[in-house]
Ligand binder design. Structure first.
Ligand SMILES: C[S@@+](CC[C@H](N)C(=O)[O-])C[C@H]1O[C@@H](n2cnc3c(N)ncnc32)[C@H](O)[C@@H]1O
Length: 538
């Protein structure tokens, strides 16, 4: 074990800064301070420092410094990085191939299969080939092994504390105390610092605890049935970069229709005895769809028992005129065991659903308000066993046409979506709101929902070529053709615990052309169904 000028003893798993400045954590008076996540560009490496016999995991932080060629770097412990756990999680997953993490946070149902959770420094043999550069170490040391401690030169920024926050200044570039030959270019650091095979149980525990905290905060609202998570496969949790939200968030350049312009049903003919109200006779409300203004553009019910001869004559004579006084297809069963489920007509036809809204006179219990009230079933995010990441399932049986939840996220412009697609290559969370694209709305003017960083649990629904769910358009404002809700409903009975899936290539019941396997953006499909088409549309 080597002794350092500050008196500490360290076994080092990453880069050693023996000749450079002492670790920031050695500085007095910083207890409680932490780094703002936004200030961190990324985590570059890690090391295990021994404080007596207790291991302390430290991470080498590369600071954001847009105008500096060399970014400030400095070592920090988990306490200082407590607001940046998403960055740590990303760093941990970059080490993933060599790490089998099985220790668990019971609060979120992860399986604890490895009791050796606090062992350090076991390098997977296959990664020994990663050789160090001449000036930087990539050797791995155990507390008793100092043979691989090598001198390195890490470019460091100067740190200061302001209002409990640690901030970096990249002054050393100009600081005579650190001569240029001791400033290691970022590429050298990057290439030699990526370490695999080391266990970082403290960091993993922190990441899992943070996810548990987020989930319990969400469940604490009590607004919806509990959302749970289960991982019987490995020790990971979904990305901390993801934020659960209740409704769409509007991005730059997206202008939803002003709420003031929305007219609720009942307002149009306030003098009419037939206007919508909570009870319009026989315990019915807006199911009297001839009257409900919100349903003006819903599918006309052409059943002989509903559409009178006079209606047909009117339609023939006025093809372009109001549909207001004609009977419409009501979207949901209003009574019986299937009450609240989508009727077969909508399941088959995929016609847009027009729900009433909060400005209507029909009251909160109107049967034409379902999707807007949110999820009513307990969902579980779970780790799939065949490489499809996370998936979603329901803990209770679901009836055909039962509502699951909406797909929500950041609503962005089409051009912003194109940019994100090229920048991140992650088209998989983008959902175009193109239901009403046509004569009055160009496809390129349609907005796109990005569920990658903000959204709801449906963002975890995987693709299947024989899906048990499908997506439907639900509008709360019949005049707004650009912003609406994307709602998932089951298309058959789904027993409790079955993975929920939808067809990523489904376009209102039609399957879009299967992508060419050689196309850049295609991904192999592992849905495992008999009719699997082999690729995903992503
Ligand atoms: C909307 S996300 C679904 C949630 C995702 N599994 C996760 O862990 O975040 C879509 C991504 O999931 C994966 N995926 C979904 N369905 C799949 C399937 N049938 N086969 C292979 N990968 C699938 C693909 O990586 C796809 O890009």
């Amino acid at each position: 074990m080597s002794s350092y000028p500050d008196g500490s003893k360290r076994a080092v798993h990453g880069i050693v800064d023996r000749v450079a400045l002492p670790s920031f954590t050695d500085t007095k008076g910083i207890v409680g301070a932490c780094i703002k996540r936004r200030d961190i560009s990324k985590i570059v490496s890690h090391r295990i420092k021994y404080d007596g016999s207790s291991p302390v995991e430290e991470f080498l932080v590369e600071w954001r410094a847009p105008h500096d060629k060399l970014k400030p770097l400095s070592w920090h412990n988990l306490e200082e990085l407590r607001k940046s756990l998403a960055k740590i999680q990303r760093y941990l997953s970059s080490l993933e191939p060599a790490i089998t993490v099985t220790d668990a946070a019971p609060t979120i149902g992860l399986k604890r299969a490895n009791t050796d959770s606090h062992s350090y420094g076991q390098l997977h043999p296959q990664f020994r080939a990663l050789s160090p550069t001449s000036s930087l170490s990539s050797g791995v040391s155990s507390p008793n092994d100092t043979s691989q401690l090598v001198e390195s030169r890490v470019y460091q920024g100067r740190l200061k504390i302001e209002n409990g926050l640690i901030k970096a200044e990249s002054l050393y570039l100009r600081d005579a105390n650190v001569p240029p030959h001791k400033q290691v270019p970022w590429d050298d650091v990057k290439n030699s610092a990526i370490r695999v095979g080391d266990r970082l149980p403290q960091a993993k525990d922190r990441v899992r605890a943070e996810f548990s905290r987020k989930l319990s905060q969400l469940n604490a609202t009590g607004k919806w049935p509990r959302l749970s998570i289960k991982n019987d496969i490995d020790g990971t949790v979904p990305s901390l970069d993801f934020k659960f939200v209740d409704e769409h968030q509007f991005g730059k350049g997206v202008v939803p229709m002003d709420w003031e312009t929305i007219v609720g049903c009942g307002a149009k003919y306030p003098w009419s005895p037939q206007r919508c109200s909570p009870h319009m006779g026989q315990h019915k409300g807006c199911e009297y769809s001839r009257v409900c203004d919100c349903m003006e553009y819903a599918e006309i019910d052409t059943a002989p028992s509903r559409l009178k001869d006079t209606d047909r004559e009117w339609m023939a004579q006025h093809p372009e005129e109001t549909r207001l006084d004609l009977p419409k297809r009501f979207p949901y069963f209003t009574s019986g065991v299937n009450a609240g489920c989508l009727v077969p007509f909508y399941l088959d036809k995929r016609s847009p659903i027009y729900e009433c809204n909060s400005k209507c006179d029909c009251g909160p219990d109107c049967r034409n308000k379902l999707v807007q009230h949110g999820r009513t079933v307990p969902l579980e995010i779970f780790r799939t066993s065949n490489g499809r990441g996370w998936g979603l399932r329901c803990k209770v049986d679901l009836r055909p046409g039962q509502f699951i939840d909406t797909y929500r996220g950041e609503v962005i412009t089409g051009s912003e979506a194109d940019l994100r697609e090229t920048q991140h290559k992650s088209a998989s969370y983008l959902f175009t709101l193109d239901k009403f694209a046509g004569e009055e709305l160009d496809l390129e003017d349609c907005y796109v929902v990005d569920g990658e960083y903000v959204g709801g649990p449906t963002r975890f629904i995987n693709h299947s070529c024989e899906p048990n769910c499908q997506q439907h358009t639900v509008s709360l404002n019949k005049h707004d053709r650009k912003v609406y809700l994307l709602a998932f409903f089951t298309n058959r009975f789904v027993p409790a615990g079955t993975e929920l899936t939808f067809d990523y290539m489904d376009k209102d019941g039609e399957v879009e052309d299967a992508p060419n396997q050689e196309e850049d953006n295609s991904q192999p499909c592992f849905c495992g169904t008999k009719s699997c088409r082999g690729t995903l549309w992503v």
